[in-house]
Design a protein around this ligand. Structure first.
Ligand code: ZN
Length: 59
């Protein structure tokens, strides 16, 4: 019935790309909430990376 016309690339508004996954995002922050969460989680994990457990010698 109604054929969709192919949208020319120039007509597509530039969307911010998520710095985490590199995919265009609709989010105003420019980052997918889930990606931000994952990034945060990774950062937190890296920052909270506990030092190697002390050797339990003679315990
Ligand atoms: Zn993303």
């Amino acid at each position: 019935m109604s054929e969709k016309k192919p949208v020319p690339m120039s007509a597509v508004p530039q969307r911010p790309r998520c710095p985490v996954c590199g995919m265009p995002t609709y989010s105003r922050s420019g980052t997918h909430p889930q990606c931000m969460q994952a990034s945060n989680d990774r950062l937190v994990r890296a920052a909270a990376k506990a030092p190697p457990p002390a050797p339990t010698a003679g315990a």
